[in-house]
Ligand binder design. Structure first.
Ligand code: ATP
Ligand code: MG
Length: 238
């Protein structure tokens, strides 16, 4: 409720400021009309009555035009925030670029890695950014080959963070401890080879734009039969 209040407060201020600004603009335009009218009366002997009428009409249209122009320029400025955001994403360093920068020697895992699937966390401490508190603190966990485990915890306990850790999705500078998969320390693999050997079914389903076939097999590695078999296995084929 408090957050809704904070949001409404900001929105109210925005609307009030908009209306106040509109009023000021109207006043300015009215002042201009008044000055034009007075001048037209003052110089009535030297100018045509048609010229006076024309300048009055222009003044009246300026009232609307003024408001419109200012609102448009304010809107353009607001939309520019989005452009700025896109620009910022464009400037982000690529992950592999960062790795090259560190000049680490990566090892190449065997093609069938991980064949046993033994996952071991050793004194693993995970945080999203160096200045934040750790989400996983000193985690020690070993799952054996072919073991199925469930991890239970209230929301925000750090269940999804374990998956982020397995895929090395966050900045590694703030992370302590090691994760071994089939006795290979995953920090010694390149991100590409690590991620191509693991798979995850996330909480939130995401479909990419394109065909169902593309979503099933984006890198075109499987045959049609294999795709159909996968669909059948999850009872999506009729
Ligand atoms: N990208 C992020 N940056 C900073 N903190 C994050 C980020 N993602 C999650 N957190 C924090 O890490 C903690 C653990 O979150 P996590 O998503 O792992 O929880 P969860 O156990 O999966 O919860 P849920 O059951 O809701 O899925 C939470 O306190 C959350 O606020
Ligand atoms: Mg989660």
């Amino acid at each position: 409720m408090e957050r809704i209040d904070t949001n409404s407060r900001a929105y109210f201020l925005l609307i009030s400021a908009g209306h106040w600004f509109g009023l000021r603009l109207d006043l300015m335009a009215s002042l201009l009309t008044l000055v034009t009218a007075i001048l037209a009366v003052a110089v009535r002997n030297t100018i045509d009555s048609s010229a006076a009428a024309l300048s009055m009409t222009y003044c009246l249209t300026i009232v609307d035009l003024f408001q419109w122009a200012i609102r448009q320029s304010a809107e353009a400025e607001t939309y520019m925030t989005s452009a700025e955001r896109v620009h910022e994403y464009g400037q982000l360093l690529r992950e592999d670029g960062k790795e090259k920068h560190q000049r680490k020697a990566f090892i190449q895992p065997p093609n069938d890695w991980p064949s046993r699937g033994i996952i071991e966390f050793k004194n693993y401490t995970f945080r999203y950014r160096p200045e934040l508190d750790p989400v996983l603190k000193n985690l020690n966990l070993r799952t054996e080959s072919k073991e199925k485990i469930g991890i239970i915890g209230r929301t925000g306990a750090g269940k999804s963070s374990i998956l982020q850790a397995l895929f090395r999705l966050v900045d590694q500078t703030a992370i302590a401890g090691t994760i071994l998969i089939d006795d290979i320390d995953i920090s010694r693999l390149s991100r590409d080879s690590l991620r191509s050997h693991l798979s995850v079914i996330p909480q939130v389903p995401i479909l990419f734009c394109g065909t169902l076939r593309y979503n099933l097999d984006p890198f075109k590695q499987a045959s049609d039969e294999e795709c159909l078999r996968a669909l059948e296995a999850v009872q999506l084929k009729h």
